[in-house]
Design a protein. Structure first.
Length: 87
């Protein structure tokens, strides 16, 4: 299953190049980030990141999917910001 935070985790790992740094950036534990990305990979039936790559490297399918993931995360942030602007 996929949720909004999972998209954030994928973007953070890609941008930071590290699971540890992404977890810090997202205020989550590395195990949470890892397990959520694994759940997403299982849901989609593909690997998003190469296993054990340092720095974190997108797989061939991850390269293909990342623009959609990043765009979805950006749209979710815009939706959140718009919703909060009326408070």
């Amino acid at each position: 299953m996929m949720n909004c935070r999972t998209l954030e985790y994928v973007v953070a790992v890609k941008e930071e190049g590290s699971l540890q740094l992404a977890a810090y950036r997202c205020n989550a534990s590395p195990s949470t980030v890892s397990s959520q990305i694994t759940r997403l990979e299982n849901y989609l039936g593909v690997r998003i990141f190469e296993q054990r790559a340092h720095p974190a490297t997108l797989s061939a399918k991850g390269i293909e999917l990342f623009p959609l993931i990043a765009d979805a995360w950006q749209k979710i942030r815009q939706l959140r910001d718009l919703a909060r602007s009326g408070e």
